[in-house]
Design a binder for this molecule. Structure first.
Ligand code: G3P
Length: 220
């Protein structure tokens, strides 16, 4: 399974990239706003830190505008930048054209298996179902991942990867893995939570304490 960071904070990206297991980064207009930085500059810097796919989102609402923005981003930014496009009819048409250009895409704001299938038909490289935002409405977002994976299982020719997004806690990640989602994008906080276990910390403290005594005894 691929693990992506969902952030435009380059310090966080450097921190997690140093772990050696970061496969890509997703951004969106809200994350760019939070970074307080120039869109293209920050995406270029992210793409220099992480070799994997870096999603940069178009903001035009019409097909021609999305295609123009997508092509301009591809021309201006490093090769590993891919184009994130909202799941609208206009976005579908733009996905089709950009796919024909040879550009990888990530179709975002997916809230049903039908939308995911439509995006796959348009040639999307990734589809991004938003789990946490469904949970926020009182429904179980994980059912969407299960529905999409069931749909994919019926059509083995689909190559579009399911990129679980809007992940709020480590259990979301584990459930996505169990359902066979290809990719999960999550905030740095969740990477840290996935690695944390009090027994690891306690065990390490014990080993270090005992090793200090081995050294003190001159037996290291
Ligand atoms: O990047 C898209 C998605 O992961 C957003 O998550 O937390 O804003 O619902 P969130």
């Amino acid at each position: 399974m691929e693990f992506f960071l969902d952030t435009a904070d380059v310090d966080e990206i450097r921190e997690i990239a140093a772990w050696g297991i970061l496969d890509g980064v997703t951004t969106n207009p809200s994350l760019i706003k939070k970074s307080g930085r120039d869109f293209k500059q920050v995406v270029a810097e992210i793409a220099s830190i992480c070799d994997g796919p870096i999603s940069a989102e178009v903001t035009a609402m019409d097909t021609a505008g999305m295609i123009e923005q997508g092509r301009a981003l591809k021309a201006a930014l490093p090769d590993n930048v891919i184009i994130k496009i909202p799941c609208t009819p206009e976005g579908l048409a733009a996905t089709k054209v950009l796919t024909e250009d040879g550009t990888d895409t990530n179709v975002t704001l997916i809230f049903s298996a039908a939308q995911a299938l439509m995006a796959a038909k348009a040639g999307a490289t990734y589809v991004s179902p938003f789990i946490g935002r469904i949970d926020d409405t009182g429904h179980d977002g994980m059912n969407l991942i299960a529905d999409i994976m069931d749909t994919w299982a019926n059509y083995p020719s689909i190559t579009t990867k399911v990129l679980a997004a809007s992940i709020r806690h480590p259990t979301h990640v584990l459930q996505c893995i169990q359902l066979g989602a290809h990719t999960a994008t999550m905030p740095a906080k969740i990477f840290r939570q996935l690695m944390k276990h009090p027994l690891t910390d306690r065990g390490l403290e014990g080993f270090m304490r005992d090793w200090a005594e081995v050294e003190k005894a001159g037996n290291a």
